[in-house]
Design a protein around this ligand. Sequence first.
Ligand code: GLU
Length: 501
Amino acid sequence: MSTENTRPTRVRIAPSPTGDPHVGTAYIGLLNYIFANQRGGQFVLRIEDTDRTRFVATSEQEIFDSLHWLGLHWNEGPDVGGPYGPYRQSERTEIYREHVEILLANGSAYRSFETAEELEALRKAQLAAKLPPRYNGAHRELTQTQIDAYLAEGRPYVVRLKVPIEGETTFRDELRGDVKFSHNNVDDQVLMKSDGFPTYHLANVVDDHLMHITDVIRAEEWISSTPKHVLLYKAFGWELPKFWHMPLLRNLDKSKISKRKNPVSLIYYRQAGFLPQAMLNFLGLMGGGMPAGGKIDPATGEADKSVQAEIFTLPLMLEQFAFDKISLGGPVFDLVKLKWLNGEYLRALTPESFLTQLKTVLFSDDYLAKIAPLVQTRIETLGQFGDLADFFFRDDVTPSAEVFVPKKRTLEETLTFSVDQLAALEAADWTPEGLDAALRTVGEAKQWSVKENFMLLRAILTGRTTSPPLLESLIVFGKARSLDRVRRFVDTQKKLATQKR
Ligand code: GLU
């Protein structure tokens, strides 16, 4: 009997806490959750936080909260524990170090002592010669004496994987069949950085093995990493998991989903009033694994294309989702469709639950308590509350050019600057001081006065020229929705501009 039938199914998602929780994490999370549950297996959540330069402290908790909001729960993870922990890679560095030693000892990895400057010079030379930049393997065969000398000098080094010079690595992708990569195209991947932290590749493989993962179900963008992983499994002498690379979510124009074209933060969807069940349903449509998007007519064998066929809950997905039906054509993350679905779910609520949703999301005590002080100093009757605070409760505020273009500016200049504002806001620390600094910096760089700068953003956020204090309003409205509002403004104006041409 082959071992693959005897290993109980264990899958994982391995998000990196580098920012807002991403819709892609929810999509891959859902697929893993279904896969595990259909097979009576275990679903693990591992936090891949070894890239300290991109680490965001609040991100991990937000990932947990967003996935729980969607109704996805894991059997093992940093928050719930489990037999193969710790489940946070930053707490496993000793394990990776020990494993690097194994690879160094058996000759499948080597120390590479070049300085950053030397590597940069190499890269430049390759680019100038129109060659793809890659490590030239100079330290693959250092003698032990040379290695000892460098070590004695205290020279920093990285550890690289010794990829065979010739031949190819073939692995099976469960959705694509055999995938081949010529070793010519596989770099001697860094496994451990000079600071002693592992790279994604090493940590990912070591953990998948030690956590007994049987099926690696992840996004297609990782497929080019898989040959390196396969070489690592072989170098350790470990059994390979099965690999399933899921088609990437795409923008309407078929490019890889991006924040320039779609909101990608789960926080946005939650705060903007999408229901978790609609979101899950939508993500379940993405893989194409539901039978023709719903049900097949038993009489004709044809897909039932009626509206209802696209609406299904998590229990139905657990019952019907078929991994062998997944289509590799990039699923389009179509917001219009998501909104339509969400509308279906909202309309299906009883009036009481609908009211509860409104009170939970839009009219929560917490939200109102933050808005009230912003308008209290300007109000004459309670009835004016809506006049002053309407933008906090609206999805669409579209200021006209008369409102948003400052007196001495052209429409074009203004639009260009709003793109700069968007970039500045994205990078800003979401506090009044952080926002103030970010806006002032971009204003100075582009020679926009503070007045013009704030006026434009006020118009974009509120649709008007006067409003409660801008920075506080941005804080209360929240980063995810504020960025979406500015992004949509930029988008709408660009569309209008091209129509005029
Ligand atoms: N840390 C990777 C990510 O952020 C995990 C990729 C994988 O599943 O191997 O998505």
